[in-house]
Design a protein around this ligand. Sequence first.
Ligand SMILES: [Zn+2]
Length: 284
Amino acid sequence: MTGSPLHAISFDVEEFFQVANLRGQFARTDWETVPSRLDIGMDAILAALARHGAQATFFFLGWVAERRPDLVERCLAGGHEVASHGYEHLFLSDLDSRSLDDDLARTEAAIMAAGAPRPIGFRASTFTLTRDTWWALDVLARRGYRYDSSIHPIRHPTYGIPDFEPGISTVTAPGGGELIEFPVSTYPFAGRNLPIGGGGYFRLLPGAVHRAAIARLERMGRPVALYMHPWEFDPGQPRYDAPFLKRFRHYLNLDKSLPRLDRLLARFRFGSMREVLAERAQLL
Ligand SMILES: [Zn+2]
């Protein structure tokens, strides 16, 4: 496989009851009482990465890192990158400069208390970095982040910047600071960007079609960035009632995630976001 380009694979470390699709089912005050299922997904993911000798980036919620420093330690022991997913999965649109700064500081403290270096990468909850929340880049630059993976260059009712550069680019914060933007992958199809980087699409598209799309992006010289969640590797999770589309996106094909991840790791070279950026001399 020497010579084949490195792609990025990442996992947003959050509980199934913290995802936006189930927001109507779980209040913030429920989080302390719902039994954790994080280990099921994390065990499966870490074992799969180890089987294939691949590294990944784990974007931890500060809330999780604080309660489960052992999970941060396991990621570090596997040679993986630990990055920030914010403290408690708030949308950037629900924050302002000051509250985001507090949220990030708290998350960094939890991650570093578990033994990880200061995170250099950030992914906002639910890709909520849009033109309306562009100010957030100032906060990230000020806190020393080097890259962001929060912009989804697609058309979606609640997030996304459809005309945003789909590959790696440099973004300038309103205050002049610079960051590397490494968005999760999209695939150009019929004049639109299809979100093939993960989520429901990863489980909806036939595996062979998904792999063909990645191979095509590879030929275009564009490293792929995939994102997944531990709960996607937990087919036995309890089912909750939610509006149809949200339920569909959350529960579809959960039993296929692990075999698909295995096929991907066998077929392509994957590393952490940081490794891909370093290999492409974007990070020194
Ligand atoms: Zn998330």
